[in-house]
Design a protein around this ligand. Structure first.
Ligand code: MN
Ligand code: MN
Length: 472
């Protein structure tokens, strides 16, 4: 071999030894990845926080979890409990052998997602069409929600006060709903507007009907026809909408993307990808040393406020109940020690690098689709404002754990400095003193009606959560 050639090889070795390069999350696990993706796509049929919480609750029961409030006597190692708050925030706990004061392994994700909610007085008629007035929820590019098939999910009460669960637009035989857009032929003015003003919040009016009631002398025949049909089918009246909670979401199922089917396009990967990864990981865990927790919370997209958001006392209260039931002696001090000694994975999606919009990213510090779930040291905006900013010791511990368990991972941050930003629930759990970091699946088109993830990243996230729960 020539000297030149040998030196070249040595430098290749040196580069491999000293440099860092991301590794694909596909390595040798295609069958497991595909099987897990199918389970996940079933979970995505749940499109509201209520539906996700109910599904996760039912699934956890199949794996031996029982309702915390029904525990009679003591909780001991190996026991599994859940607590559901107002149908929208769910906590699962698998009791470990270690005393609770040593701390918990907590995976926290959220099950709410950007969507379009109905206003309390939604139904009106204009020019022979019936519409719903709406008020959107969370951060959306409003123009993305025009001219796509939409479904209606939620709860409403009948005239007699019975609670109904509504889901219209998901079955192939169901009708769907739609928000119109202005035809391009007459859009000279609209096309000059800023993207944020192309359609206003008050223009997100959902078309829900067009056939008038026959031979009536009322003025709003289409609206009355709709009310009449709804009354026949559901025994509701217009007044029922005043107290309803009805959400407009993209209609239809999640689909595989690409000739090689490596990605999933679906509604609300943020944050149901991580919610499902955490849930499946805990359901598949046993013989845990530390008590392990999955928290699936509501209201993250609007600041985690409210009684079902992560800022509520729900988690703390349920932990106080568990401490009491394990006989570790209930005092405020035990609870404080338990939470302060905990480790937290704040499991939320992170942005994936988009080569088509490369100007918004700093590539080496952005997660790539297909290179594993991402550790995110800090989120926030304008100089990390509002961020948890995980400490090096915890990141090193976690990175080692993932490597030791052969779990693909990478790091990422939310785009270029000063380009924007975002927040997660991380700082809300970190306030107890717990080691906390953001961790999750990279997403393309985040907050669009249909988001895109890699199946391999989803699976790595599940594997990561599993290793985390098993850690001592
Ligand atoms: Mn999120
Ligand atoms: Mn989000």
């Amino acid at each position: 071999m020539s000297l030149e050639r040998r030196i070249h090889l040595d430098y290749k070795e040196l580069e491999k030894e000293l440099g860092y390069e991301k590794e694909s999350s596909w390595g040798g696990k295609a069958a497991e990845i595909e099987a897990f993706s199918e389970r996940y796509k079933n979970f995505l049929a749940n499109k509201t926080e209520r539906e996700c919480a109910a599904y996760a609750q039912a699934l956890s029961k199949e794996f031996g979890f029982i309702e915390l409030s029904s525990v009679d006597g003591k909780l001991k190692a190996g026991d599994k409990v859940y607590a559901l708050g107002k149908g929208k925030i769910l906590m699962l706990a698998a009791i470990g052998t270690a005393p609770l004061s040593e701390g918990l392994n907590i995976a926290a994700a959220h099950i709410d997602a950007p969507r379009i909610d109905l206003k309390p007085v939604p139904l009106y008629e204009d020019s022979g069409l019936a519409f719903f007035k709406t008020h959107y929820y969370g951060g959306i590019k409003k123009y993305q929600w025009l001219t796509i098939p939409l479904a209606l999910h939620g709860v409403i009460y009948t005239k007699d006060g019975a609670k109904l669960e509504i889901c219209i637009g998901e079955d192939e035989s169901d009708p769907v709903f739609v928000i119109s857009d202005l035809l391009v032929h007459l859009a000279a003015d609209q096309m000059q507007k800023k993207a944020s003003d192309v359609v206003s919040g008050e223009q997100l009016n959902v078309i829900v009907g067009s056939i008038p009631l026959a031979e009536s002398d009322v003025s709003n025949k289409v609206k009355l026809n709709i009310l009449n049909m709804l009354n026949e089918k559901y025994a509701i009246s217009e007044e029922s909408f005043l107290t309803a909670e009805l959400e407009i979401v993209p209609a239809g199922k999640a689909r595989d993307v690409g000739f090689d089917r490596g990605m999933i396009m679906g509604y609300a990967h943020d944050d149901r990808s991580n919610s499902f990864a955490a849930l499946a990981a805990l359901l598949g865990s046993s013989d845990l040393h530390r008590t392990s927790i999955v928290l699936l919370s509501d209201k993250e997209e609007v600041g985690s406020e409210g009684s079902t958001g992560m800022q509520s006392r729900f988690f703390e209260n349920m932990m106080a109940e568990i401490i009491e039931l394990t006989g570790d002696g209930h005092s405020d001090l035990v609870l404080r020690r338990c939470l302060a000694n905990s480790r937290v994975l704040s499991m939320d999606v992170t942005v994936a690098y988009d080569p088509t919009f490369s100007e918004a990213f700093e590539k080496p510090n952005t997660a790539l689709l297909g290179f594993g779930a991402s550790l995110v040291k800090y989120v926030g905006s304008r100089g990390k404002s509002g961020s948890n900013d995980a400490n090096s010791e915890y990141m090193q511990w976690l990175a080692s754990l993932l490597k030791d368990n052969d779990v693909a991972y990478q790091t990422g941050e939310l785009g270029k400095v000063d380009q924007g930003g975002g927040g997660t629930v991380a700082y809300m759990l970190a306030k107890y003193g717990a080691d906390t970091i953001d961790y999750g699946v990279p997403v393309l088109s985040m907050h669009a009606p249909y988001e895109l993830i890699s199946k391999a990243d989803l699976y790595s996230c599940y594997e990561g959560a599993k290793a985390f729960f098993a850690s001592v």
